[in-house]
Write a protein that binds this ligand. Structure first.
Ligand code: NAD
Ligand code: DAU
Length: 343
């Protein structure tokens, strides 16, 4: 049996990846694990958990005792999405970032090593490379130059994963992807924050001069690339993943305003993010050459579909913005369900 442990499964990309596995790999069993921090929402997995091949486990990736029985059952692969993922929060306080993004990865690596798990995929980020000037692209050989506490914690984890491969011969894999957009993204990130604010008739806070550039990729393209790397990449390998779609934030804002019928008076210029990286852009030559992957979702149509998804899933995000989503787990699993394995 092919049993895949997906950690951070109730977050944005993790939940999209679980859905991808269940849809595209009929023979696999999925253990969807998540600690359900503020960013984890079991509602993101509601449809997946009606499938008998998918089981939810609430556990913290830093908690060896909770994780040990999960690994003891025998796993074919671990895909680690679990992380504190929001740059602004890491500027307010780095402790949770150091803990989950670094210590959590060490705990997962040790368990995977002990139980001889055959694939360990660490989902990392292009932010570990720091910031680009007006030209150039991040390749896999670009030196690590993380600038925020978030990206520093992800870079540290990448080094640890590589060290486990080098020292113990562990079959690790690392991917570094650019900015994702799509359904189920927590409305603190640029696109879902701006879309939901505009639907509510609120202004959108644009940092600084609005000219910072990000390389946008649809979450489904990222998930497809991850599955390919998981199944076909050489142990120890590292792949960049990107959308070939560089855009300044002001243009994202303008496209969202146009789609939702607002004018630029809805943009509120606010103080810049401290240490704000100017530009990210990813060279995807390696994954294209080795695995034949390239992004398929064209940005205009992907963005339009994504905006429409938020329009038609207002209940999903209003429950997040009001905090009501935090009670969903207890309603499903009962008040005792703090940390543990659901039978
Ligand atoms: P997210 O914040 O939506 O989800 C993270 C999930 O991890 C949440 O469900 C949260 O509950 C869970 N989690 C946090 N701490 C945990 C812990 N200690 N134990 C167990 N679960 C815990 O993040 P996302 O945007 O889906 O990102 C997923 C991964 O992909 C992250 O590792 C991130 O660094 C990486 N990544 C994200 C992007 C992007 O654009 N969103 C791009 C490249 C890479
Ligand atoms: O590049 C990959 C990374 O992309 C991931 O590793 C991170 O987990 C993910 O959060 C994302 O990081 P960013 O900082 O690029 O994403 P965010 O959505 O926070 O911001 C995107 C850009 O928009 C950035 O230049 C800051 C700007 N911004 C963001 C917010 C939330 C604003 O102008 N206003 C805002 O309110």
């Amino acid at each position: 049996m092919n049993t895949i442990l997906v950690t951070g499964a109730a977050g944005f990309i993790g939940s999209n990846f679980v859905r991808t596995l269940l849809r595209d790999r009929p023979d696999c069993q999925v253990l969807a694990l998540d600690g359900l921090t503020y960013a984890g929402n079991l509602e993101n997995l509601a449809d997946c958990l009606t499938d008998a091949r998918c089981r939810f486990i609430r556990a913290d990736i830093c908690d060896v005792e909770s994780l040990a029985p999960v690994f003891a059952d025998g796993l074919s692969a671990v895909v680690n999405f679990a992380a504190e993922s929001h740059v602004d929060r890491s500027i307010l306080g780095a402790q949770a970032f150091a803990r989950t993004n670094f210590v959590g990865v060490q705990v997962l690596l040790d368990l995977a090593r002990k139980h001889e798990v055959q694939r360990f995929l660490q989902v990392s980020t292009d932010e570990v490379y720091g910031s680009l000037g007006e030209t150039g692209l991040f390749t896999e050989n670009t030196p690590l130059a993380a600038n925020s506490p978030y990206s520093a914690s992800k870079a540290a984890a990448d080094l640890l994963v590589q060290a486990y491969h080098h020292t113990f011969g562990m079959p690790t894999l690392i991917t570094r992807c650019s900015n994702n957009y799509g359904p189920y993204q927590f409305p603190e990130k640029l696109i879902p924050l701006f879309v939901t604010n505009l639907i509510e008739g609120k202004k959108v806070p644009l940092y600084g001069d609005g000219l910072n550039v990000r390389d946008w990729i649809h979450v489904q393209d990222h998930c497809d690339a991850l599955l390919l790397v998981l199944e076909r990449a050489m142990p120890g390998s590292l792949y960049n993943i990107g959308g070939n779609c560089e855009l300044p934030n002001i243009e994202i804002a303008q496209r969202l305003l146009a789609h939702l019928g607002h004018d630029e008076s809805m943009i509120e210029r606010v103080k810049d993010r401290p240490g704000h990286d100017r530009r990210y852009a990813v060279d995807i030559t390696r994954i294209n050459n080795d695995l034949g992957w390239q992004p398929r979702v064209e940005f205009s149509s992907g963005l339009a579909e994504t905006i429409d998804w938020y329009v038609s899933h207002k209940t999903w995000w209003t429950r997040i913005k009001s905090g009501e989503y935090l009670t969903y787990y207890e309603k499903q699993y009962g008040p005792s369900g703090v940390v543990g394995v659901k039978e």
